[in-house]
Write a protein that binds this ligand. Sequence first.
Ligand code: GLU
Length: 282
Amino acid sequence: MSRVREQLARKNRIVIKIGSSSLVHSDTGRLDYVKLEKLVRFLCDLRNQGKDVILVSSGAIGVGAMTLGLVNRPKTTSLKQACAAVGQGQLMMTYQKLFSEYHQTSAQVLLTFDVITSEERRRNAINTFNELLQIGIIPVVNENDTVATEEIEFGDNDTLSAIVVALVKADCLVIMSDIDGLYTDDPHFDPNASLISEVPEITEELWTMAKGTATSLGTGGMTTKLKAASIATAVGADMAILNGERIEILPELFQGDDVGTVFHAHPELHFQLEEYVKKLEM
Ligand code: GLU
């Protein structure tokens, strides 16, 4: 077992991001309650181990679209926003019910990208997170899709989860997606593509390899995951990409199994969040 994987069990402040496609049944697009229940139970167990836990959950637009009876993912911004407003409430209701079954309290935190550009908003967000975590609450984070037009069109929750890592100074980020991890090439097209287990450093070659492969429900492809990794690792967190098809993969990661792709933290690169995000052209 590598030293970095071995140390995952000792992380204290963990952000877990789950993508839309990992939350729903692929054939109906409706919430997979069995999976959600397993996810929540694992997060509550991390809390019981004394760790701080933050969940970044997508799914608002997808769940809202199902409820409104839409067959395809909405295309116009206003319909996406309407779907997000319906779906976010439903998602949160489900999370709060499940968390309370394991005696944990969760809180909804909706963010927009101005937590990067506005010093005051950043400070407010940091204070709220710190207060919640100190009381022992599990924040459930999403973009505030109703007001964040540009987030719906360009934003993604991979980047958001890395920004949350920077705000709360987490030491670990796990991104649950519909792909096993970072591959040497796009596995949908190249049968010889192989899974990369560990990334000590994000090189130019990796950026070239990470061709956009957006999922059908969410907005993030491999490039957004590399962006997330470059932010999270530079603020001192190790980051893992896991396939969210099986929630059991989460405990496997934290016991050191060779699952997914793990990016090594580089706290020595520590940057000014605002400048760095601009550099990534987000
Ligand atoms: N905020 C969007 C939603 O909840 C998801 C964005 C993403 O998946 O990256 O539907």
